[in-house]
Design a protein around this ligand. Sequence first.
Ligand SMILES: NC(=O)c1ccc[n+]([C@@H]2O[C@H](COP(=O)([O-])OP(=O)(O)OC[C@H]3O[C@@H](n4cnc5c(N)ncnc54)[C@H](O)[C@@H]3O)[C@@H](O)[C@H]2O)c1
Length: 303
Amino acid sequence: MTSFDRIDLNDRVAIVTGAGGGLGRCHALELARYGAKIVVNDLGAENAEKVAAEIREQGGEAIAYAGSVTDEDQVQEMVAATMDRWGRIDILVNNAGILRDRSFAKMDVSDFRLVVDVHLMGAVICTKAVWEIMRAQGYGRIVMTTSSTGLYGNFGQANYGAAKMALVGLMHTLAIEGEKYDIRVNCLAPTAATQMTGGVLSKEALELLDPALVSPGVVALSSDAAPTRAVLCAGAGHFACANITLTDGVFIGGGEDAADRITDRWEEIADRTNDITPRFGFTQGQRELKSAGAEDVSMAGGG
Ligand SMILES: NC(=O)c1ccc[n+]([C@@H]2O[C@H](COP(=O)([O-])OP(=O)(O)OC[C@H]3O[C@@H](n4cnc5c(N)ncnc54)[C@H](O)[C@@H]3O)[C@@H](O)[C@H]2O)c1
């Protein structure tokens, strides 16, 4: 992109989930500012309507759709209504989310399930509902909202961290499967002052963490020039990428003392000097086979 090319989202249609407030609202406003037509989804009609009205007041096009991302029928209806209205869906921002923080010792399994349901299954249901449309169009941009908790861990957020990291796994495979159809799938790991973080972050931090400073990252991930399979970390105007890397490792082989030798050589196994970021899951297996002396063994099975 030259310095004169501005991102243009005119003629693009975007669904932003959980956009009745917080980060989702800012994403919706910023996508609209770049010309995209917006479906503002949230649980409550009132908040979603308010944001859609705000976009329209600023000269954009937007409709509100109240419904839960966990409800397949409601999501199908939202997608059908969007297709009826604008005939395509180019961008999906899976942003809706909740917290049920507690130490794992005190966490109910039902709260664990609920958090996984909203973050992971909500994103799966919305993505599944637009996937065929994007494949048929030969164009799609999908943003999953992960979190530093999933990437790196935080006390009291085992349910949330597990759900958020699951979205990174979902992104990796969908990006591979979507590549042929120009469907690009990325993750955003935001840090922002919202109702979600009001009780978690300090007052000084909250003042610097305007959610509107995150949304340009969503626009970049939603543009024609978007990367694919990136985890974009964004907060307070700073942008960085997180990666899942693999160390060089060592060949231990088998034998009755294999576990002892792993322990003895732990520093070498964990040494990050020559880390790589594999492009496929198979890369790990291929390296393992190579280190076992099998250069030419194919990983792919099937019969
Ligand atoms: N704020 C941060 O620092 C931060 C950090 C990491 C990740 N995130 C993620 O960013 C996203 C937005 O968070 P936020 O901070 O703006 O929080 P928020 O609570 O302000 O916004 C979340 C929105 O999602 C909506 N929502 C909840 N369940 C829903 C459902 N089932 N269907 C549809 N909408 C639903 C809520 O009504 C709310 O409007 C979430 O996925 C969150 O996990 C936020």
